[in-house]
Ligand binder design. Structure first.
Ligand code: HEC
Length: 191
C-alpha cells in the first residue's frame, strides 16, 4: 500500500507523456503483431509449482507492484486512467494476454513493453517472484471481486471529505488533516 504511493509521481509523468492520439484499427493491429515478434521467452519453463501457494505469492507481488495500473484483480477494476492511456492498460484476463506462454509473460515482466506504459521489473522483482506473478496471472480472480485499489479509494474519500467541508460540516477537520499529513510524509520518504 505504501509502495503504491511512491509510484504515483511516476504515473503522472506517464499520463502526461501518453497523450498521443489513440491508434487506429490498422495501426494497432500492426503494433500488436510487432509486439508479438519482439517478445522473447517462449521456451522458458516456469520453475515454480503450479499450486495455490505459488498463486498466492504471485498475488502478493501483484498487489504491491501492479495494482496501480492493472487493479487488484488484473482486470483494471477501479483504475481510473486504464482506458485513457495510449495504448490502454490491457485486461490481463483477455485472450490476447492469456495466449502468451508462461515464458513470454515472464519476458514481458522483465523487459516491459516498449513505447507503452508497461514498465520492466528487472531489479525490482527477482526471477522467482516474476514466475509467481505469472502463476497469479493464470489464476486471476473474477473481475471486480477484489474491489478497488486502496490508492484510488483514498482519493475518493478525500474528495468526499472536501465536499462535506464545503457543505459546512465542522467535525470533519481532524479527519482531513490526517490525510494531508499522510501524503506529505509519503512524499518525504520517497525523495
Ligand atoms: C504504470 C502502469 C503499469 C504498471 C505499474 C504495470 N503495468 Fe502491465 N501494462 C501496462 C500497460 C499500459 C499495458 C499495455 C501495453 C500494451 O498495449 O502492450 C500493460 C500490459 C501488460 C501485460 C500484457 C502485455 C501485452 O502486451 O500483451 C502484462 C502481462 C502485464 N502488463 C503485466 C504486469 C504486471 C505483472 C505488473 C506488475 C509487476 C504490471 N504489468 C505493472 C501498464 C502497467
Amino acid at each position: 500500500m505504501k509502495k503504491a504511493f511512491t509510484l504515483l509521481p511516476f504515473l503522472l509523468i506517464l499520463l502526461v507523456s501518453c497523450k498521443a492520439s489513440a491508434p487506429g484499427g490498422l495501426e494497432s493491429a500492426v503494433a500488436i503483431e510487432m509486439k508479438k515478434i519482439k517478445i522473447g521467452g517462449k521456451d522458458w519453463k516456469n520453475p515454480t509449482p503450479d499450486n495455490d501457494e505459488s498463486v498466492k505469492m504471485g498475488a502478493e507481488h501483484f498487489q504491491h507492484h501492479c495494482q496501480v495500473c492493472h487493479g487488484l484483480d488484473g482486470h483494471n477494476t477501479g483504475v481510473p486512467f486504464a482506458t485513457k492511456m495510449s495504448p490502454p492498460v490491457l485486461d490481463l484476463g483477455e485472450k490476447d494476454v492469456q495466449e502468451f506462454a508462461d515464458g513470454q509473460l515472464k519476458w514481458i515482466l522483465e523487459n516491459g513493453i516498449r513505447f507503452t506504459g508497461m514498465p520492466g521489473w528487472k531489479g525490482i522483482l527477482d526471477d522467482n517472484e516474476m514466475w509467481h506473478v505469472v502463476r497469479y496471472m493464470r489464476h486471476l480472480p473474477p473481475k471486480g471481486s477484489l474491489g478497488i485499489p486502496a490508492v484510488y479509494q483514498e482519493s475518493e474519500e478525500e474528495h468526499e471529505a472536501t465536499e462535506k467541508g464545503a457543505a459546512g460540516k465542522s467535525e470533519q477537520k481532524p479527519h482531513s488533516h490526517q490525510h494531508e499529513h499522510k501524503h506529505a510524509a509519503g512524499e518525504e520518504h520517497h525523495h
